[in-house]
Write a protein that binds this ligand. Structure first.
Ligand SMILES: Nc1ncnc2c1ncn2[C@@H]1O[C@H](COP(=O)(O)OP(=O)(O)OP(=O)(O)O)[C@@H](O)[C@H]1O
Ligand SMILES: [Mg+2]
Length: 407
């Protein structure tokens, strides 16, 4: 039995799926480190957990290391310390280093989490990514624009959810951004040349440094365009074709990037652009399961439980999903109007009549629910079909018919 701990800060539904998958792996003694008390775990699940350790802050690597050492004392030296969320990647890696647990080190985790360092590594490896600079003063910002021209992108070094990501098109916007960001040595910002193109993802499973599986999605359209236009409802499409030339031709770039960054075993989520001349540009990559329902899309396209598959990959270094049988896609419904609460949902009848037979899962808001700030909006629907075109058409219909009114 292998002692493995999962950092699960709060016992939300999605987090509990990972806890359950770990607890049910037959060769594992599962431990949980959380901020929530053990009593909050469903009873049946609690009984399957060999050890639980509560910390005040799961984002603190030292606390996680103390917890990991204590757990090792109860159930034997930990052979793995896992975390799913992007924000956990650095503290979990730091705790592995401090407690001598195998897995991704802090140095490697930084390559995946620090946007400046990531692009330095990629450019040194000769891989295509935007020209960029770490900005530590207003002068740095001006020098960067002088070098690359408008437009540029500014964003947090360790951003997520596209929060704080802005496109700057001219001198007036630059002045406003410099004032708002107040960049300094202690408050650095990432600046990048603006890359024109379609935005895709590339999910890869690597085992002991070898590529074993990949799958890619298309963003319709890219997150920044969605954020800049409050009326756009965003979709993610997972095509059925496993030999789509756009994705196949990107594989060598993806493999070289993961190797340069130091990926050994894990699932990674890369975002990348295809420029109008069809050349690829890497945007960024996380060493963790993807968000925006891409886990769910892969699950229904391949007919597997992706959460269990990820846990098995991380613990046993095994991953062997069946061939993809379906295209799938997720339409995100985003509140329209002014106000802070959901008032009504329109267009469901028409959506149901035309594409309801393709919908395999959905989450709709209830009136009164607070408005969400991000591009994922208040609700979503997932569709599946053998044909990529049918899924694409269904997504288009869903985002044109369904409208969440906020007021
Ligand atoms: N250099 C760039 N050129 C063009 N668009 C960009 C560039 N960098 C970022 N973007 C746009 O901004 C979005 C957010 O940027 P990025 O992915 O780096 O931040 P993030 O906070 O990690 O976002 P998320 O968690 O949504 O992936 C990207 O998905 C893309 O649409
Ligand atoms: Mg991103």
């Amino acid at each position: 039995m292998r002692p493995i701990a999962l950092v699960a800060p709060f016992f939300m539904d999605n987090t509990l799926r990972y806890v359950q998958a770990l607890a049910e792996l037959p060769n594992v003694r599962a431990a949980i480190i959380s901020q929530d008390p053990a009593e909050k775990l469903p009873k049946a699940l609690r009984q399957r957990i060999a050890a639980h350790y509560r910390v005040d802050n799961c984002l603190d690597g030292h606390s996680l290391a103390r917890a990991a050492k204590a757990i090792s004392g109860f159930i034997g030296p930990l052979e793995g310390l896992l975390g799913v969320l992007e924000q956990l990647q650095l503290p979990v890696a730091q705790a592995r280093d401090l407690a001598g647990i195998p897995g991704m080190s802090l140095a490697v985790a930084r390559n995946f989490r620090d946007k400046t360092q990531m692009k330095n590594v990629l450019r040194q490896a000769g891989l295509p990514c935007a020209r960029h600079s770490r900005i530590e003063s207003t002068d740095d910002l001006h020098r960067f624009v002088d070098a690359v021209g408008y437009p540029i992108i500014v964003k947090p070094i360790d951003g997520l959810g596209s929060r704080g990501t802005y496109r700057i098109r001219n001198a007036a916007e630059l002045t406003a951004a410099a004032a708002a960001l107040a960049p300094s040595v202690s408050n650095p910002t990432q600046a990048e040349e603006f890359v024109m193109g379609r935005e895709n993802t590339f999910e890869t499973v690597t085992i002991r440094g070898q590529h074993v599986w990949h799958s890619g999605t298309r963003y319709l359209p890219g997150p920044l365009e969605v954020l800049e236009n409050p009326w756009i409802q965003y979709c993610v499409l997972l095509p059925r074709e496993t030999d789509d030339p756009e994705f196949s031709s990107f594989l060598p770039v993806n493999t070289a990037a993961l190797s340069a960054l130091g990926m050994v075993t894990g699932l990674s989520h890369m975002e990348w652009f295809v420029r109008p001349d069809n050349t690829p540009v890497i945007s960024e990559v996380g060493a963790r399961p993807p968000g925006v329902n891409i886990m769910a899309l892969n699950a229904i396209s391949h007919e597997i439980d992706m959460v269990r598959a990820w846990v098995k990959l991380m613990v046993n270094e095994e991953f062997d999903p069946p061939t993809r049988k379906y295209a799938s896609g997720c339409a995100f419904f985003r509140g329209q109007g002014h106000g802070s609460k959901v008032v009504a949902i329109h267009g469901l009848d028409q959506a149901q009549a035309e594409v309801g037979h393709l919908v395999v899962d959905r989450s709709l808001p209830t009136p009164g629910q607070p408005r969400q700030p991000g591009y994922e909006g208040e609700g979503w629907a997932i569709v599946r079909h053998e044909s990529t075109e049918v899924v694409y058409d269904a997504l288009r219909k869903l985002v044109s018919y369904v409208r969440i009114e906020v007021g």
